[in-house]
Design a protein around this ligand. Structure first.
Ligand SMILES: Cc1cc2nc3c(=O)[nH]c(=O)nc-3n(C[C@H](O)[C@H](O)[C@H](O)COP(=O)(O)O)c2cc1C
Length: 334
């Protein structure tokens, strides 16, 4: 128990705030999470924007003196962004949707940056271990956002834990976890930490549009789909909130994508103004205008357990308190 409880990679708690793209986990959220003793991740832009990313890192540093990380989606252009992360000696680099090479890991280690990929399978974990990573986030099918995991956490986490064996590579569980019960369940499966996206999306500091946050409280169900962003990010299914818009469009023929759709709004994403077409895969952020209710709203299966928008630091505190209570109540007498 104690092993998994504290000190995940030197941080106070084994709680991780997932990078939330595009432009949803900014400096305010990441700093609030870091200041509460957990691990927060910025999300690099989907295009090369090294100076913008450098500003995000520096702004975060002006809000916290604790370490934090940056997430990069390898499916998008990222070489210059990656260089900035290493140049700024950011504590942690999270990687998703692409191959993590031993060379990349070595380069990061030379900069003093630890590498934490998110994988969705035993094979993905094997490749990450072979590349020399420092920790592995294991994503289950329950997860919100783009989902690489095809299995449930209940089976995938123990398999990866067994694969890691006695190597010093903490396994972090991601998908559907929103409270202390989920945290303890993940520890019981052998994880050393938990990574939460949807719970941190529904915080005061996240850049999600206020209406999106309201819908996270209002709607309880999600669906795994690929109707959003087929042109922007092909072959990348998502888990989304079952909004009325989604229910109307969920059977979109495979030949169609957002390119044939009308513009329904505008967003400033990482400093760049973008038109949002219907069925685009970009969730509404706090700059978005237009028909917000018809935009993609990613959420994990745990969304039905989220009752209120909280400050991010409070999310961290409650997770720890609830988890300690669960352990005391359920296992204290044993
Ligand atoms: C709105 C949203 C955006 C996300 N964006 C990213 C991203 O940019 N990079 C990434 O690695 N994961 C991203 N994820 C997935 C998370 O890393 C994580 O796997 C997931 O949130 C865990 O499931 P949960 O949402 O049920 O907690 C996103 C998730 C959500 C809900």
């Amino acid at each position: 128990m104690i092993m998994g409880w504290r000190g995940l990679m030197g941080f106070e708690y084994g709680i991780v705030q997932a990078p939330l793209g595009p432009d949803i986990s900014g400096p305010e959220l990441v700093a609030a999470v870091a200041n509460a003793g957990a691990i927060g991740f910025l999300r690099a832009p989907d295009w090369e924007s090294p100076e913008y990313l450098r500003d995000l890192i520096r702004k975060t540093r002006s809000l916290t003196d604790k370490p934090f990380g940056v997430g990069i989606v390898l499916a998008f252009p990222h070489e210059q962004n990656l260089k900035v992360v290493l140049d700024e000696k950011v504590a942690l680099l999270q990687l998703y949707w692409g191959d993590v090479s031993p060379e990349l890991v070595e380069e990061a280690h030379q900069a003093g940056t630890r590498v934490v990929p998110q994988v969705g399978s035993v094979e993905g974990a094997k490749r990450a271990i072979d590349a020399g990573v420092d920790a592995i986030i294991v994503q289950g099918h329950e997860a919100g956002g783009h989902v690489i995991g095809q299995d449930s956490l209940t089976t995938l986490v123990p398999r990866v834990v067994d694969l890691v064996g006695d190597q010093e590579i903490p396994v972090i569980a991601a998908g559907g976890i929103v409270d202390g019960r989920g945290y303890v369940a993940a520890l019981a499966l052998g994880a050393r930490g938990v990574c939460l996206g949807t719970r941190f999306l529904a915080t005061e500091e996240s850049h999600a549009h206020p209406l999106y946050k309201t819908k996270l409280i209002e709607y309880k169900d999600t669906e795994y789909t690929d109707i959003f962003g087929r042109a922007r990010w092909p072959g990348a299914p998502q888990r989304v909130l079952k909004t009325p818009f989604f229910s109307d469009w969920r059977s979109l023929p495979p030949s169609e994508n957002e390119l044939g759709q009308p513009i329904i709004g505008r967003s400033t994403i990482n400093g760049v103004e973008k038109e949002i077409r219907r069925l685009a895969g970009t969730v509404p952020n706090d700059t978005t205008t237009g028909d917000i209710e018809s935009m993609a709203m990613y959420a994990g299966q745990g969304v039905g357990l989220i009752k209120e928008i909280l400050p991010a630091g409070e999310v961290v505190r409650r997770l720890v308190q609830e988890a300690q209570q669960v352990v005391k109540d359920k296992f204290g007498e044993m």
